[in-house]
Design a protein. Sequence first.
Length: 77
Amino acid sequence: MAQPARRIAAPEEPPVDPEAVDRAYHYHRARRNARLRKKREKSRARLRFAVTLGVLVALAIFLMLTMWHEVQHVFGL
């Protein structure tokens, strides 16, 4: 005849190391701060690139117009 299944006693809760909890908290907080810092740096880099590109385009247009004016003045076009 079949034997009744043995009941397994519930294992005791493992002891919690309070310093491990603090370390995990600081670790995840540092990761979150690093992720936010990276996101801010990326958006600032995009803004710097756009401003630099805008300044260079404006300078190129200014130089082209100045050169065109000088060419017209010199050759009488």
